[in-house]
Design a protein around this ligand. Structure first.
Ligand code: PMP
Length: 429
């Protein structure tokens, strides 16, 4: 495959002039290996094309939304049909009620639903409703877990004040003792415990929740009349057809959703149990686009596919095929991988690679071979992927291992070192 990124480089130069930093947030490729494209022209099924026309098997799926693949005809047609009738109107359409009925029927702990646009809207609303419901302030949440980019939770606290971060205490994921200690410190002021459905933090091994941890989180909330919040924005419907903590038998009071629920159309949601309904009815939360009907129509069709297809079992089988194939290829080439997290939501790093030099070299070689992997963020599968896509990926991975072997000792990744130093200089809030 020929690989160039000249159109991408030209666009980056233009972007530098009119977009701060050339790009911002999680879609900036600043911290990715050098050959990653910044701009894309098209997505279809399992594939993504950059502006230079290179095709990738896309294991990021838009950072999660593409559950059934890009451009699913029936979902996009539902969106277009609703657009023709009207999308953002002076009030919501019938589809809002239908979607709330469908969503609450799908997720066992939920008695009501509210819709918004981004995951951050949903997590922030969860925090407000928990505080309103309990009339208490303190939020206990896992260190290193991502819940969005608002001042209360953004991982990079530039432009954030100590007051923005007040009333939060941290625990270590899956560590019952540290959870209990954080709750103890909250005393009689505990409003909520936030939990990611799995530990899917960046740069570190992923972990599924232990039953002991999830159960204790539930008990502690009950003992303290606090609310348990599961942030299913990223993992929702990727691990189960219900809230992800249904897998450990724990029902939260609130759960937050986004990304996959409309297969890429702009909508997120907060679901709640009966006891929080009153508090939810009175917080003032809204947005110009929160009631737009077309993404809701797309979500309804996505839910039909979630109910009626084997997308989950398929992505799990593809995940197993990839994991086994990568382990086999790595061993054959003399490497050891750390493949953590559920197979359908994997993070892949190298053993003995503290400075990530191997990971960066390998993923950079993969991108040049038409495979979009991420060196330090969990990855995603779409139901549009096939066994042939996985086998193509494994072949590219094998060639990339071979190149890595031939490269010998590597320099540490300069851009990561610089980012690390910059982070150290920031006052942690
Ligand atoms: N929570 C989790 C677990 C997420 O992964 C994300 C987004 N990556 C968010 C919240 C925030 O969602 P958004 O970027 O749509 O605001």
């Amino acid at each position: 495959m020929s690989w160039t990124n000249t159109a991408d480089r030209r666009l980056r130069e233009r972007a530098e002039a009119v977009i701060p930093g050339g790009m911002y947030g999680h879609q900036s490729v600043t911290l990715l290996p050098d050959d990653y494209p910044q701009f894309f022209s098209k997505g279809r099924g399992a594939y993504l094309w950059d502006v230079d026309g290179n095709r990738y098997v896309d294991f990021m799926c838009g950072y999660g939304p593409s559950l059934f693949g890009y451009g699913v005809e029936s979902i996009d047609q539902a969106y277009i049909r609703r657009m023709a009738e009207g999308d953002t109107l002076t009030g919501p359409a019938e589809v809002m009620v239908e979607l709330a009925e469908t969503f609450t029927a799908q997720v066992s702990h939920a008695d009501w639903a509210m819709f918004c646009k981004n995951g951050t809207d949903a997590t922030t609303m969860a925090l407000m409703i928990a505080r309103n419901h309990t009339q208490k302030k303190t939020i206990v949440r896992a260190r290193g877990a991502y819940h969005g980019a608002a001042p209360w939770c953004t991982p990079l606290p530039l432009g954030v004040t100590t007051a923005d971060r007040a009333n939060q205490i941290f625990y270590d994921y899956n560590d019952v003792e540290s959870l209990e200690a954080a709750v103890k410190e909250a005393g009689d002021d505990l409003a909520a415990i936030f939990a990611s459905p799995i530990k899917h933090d960046t740069f570190v091994d992923q972990e599924s929740p232990t039953v002991a941890y999830a159960t204790r989180a539930r008990e502690l909330c009950d003992e303290h009349d606090a609310l348990l919040i599961v942030d299913d924005v990223r993992a929702g419907f990727r691990l189960a057809r219900d809230c992800s903590w249904s897998l450990v038998g724990v029902e939260p009071d609130l759960s937050t959703w986004g990304k996959a629920i409309a297969n890429g159309h702009a909508i997120s949601a907060l679901l709640g149990a009966e006891k929080a309904r009153g508090a939810a009815a009175f917080v003032y939360v809204t947005g110009s686009y929160w009631f737009s009907a077309a993404p809701m129509a797309a979500a309804l069709e996505t839910f039909r596919l979630i109910r009626e297809t084997d997308y989950l079992e398929k992505t799990q089988a593809l995940g197993r095929r990839l994991r086994a194939g990568l382990d086999e290829a790595a061993a054959r080439r003399g490497f050891a991988l750390r493949q953590t997290g559920p197979e359908e939501l994997p993070l892949i790093m190298f053993e003995d690679d503290a400075d990530m030099a191997k990971g960066y070299f390998w993923t950079d070689a993969l991108i040049r071979r038409g495979v979009y992997f991420h060196p330090w963020h969990n990855m995603f599968f779409s139901a549009a992927m096939t066994e042939e896509d996985i086998d193509f990926t494994l072949e590219a991975a094998d060639e990339s291992f071979k190149l890595l072997k031939a490269a010998g000792p590597l320099e540490p990744v300069g851009k990561l070192q610089m980012a690390h130093q910059a982070l150290q200089m920031l006052q942690p809030l």
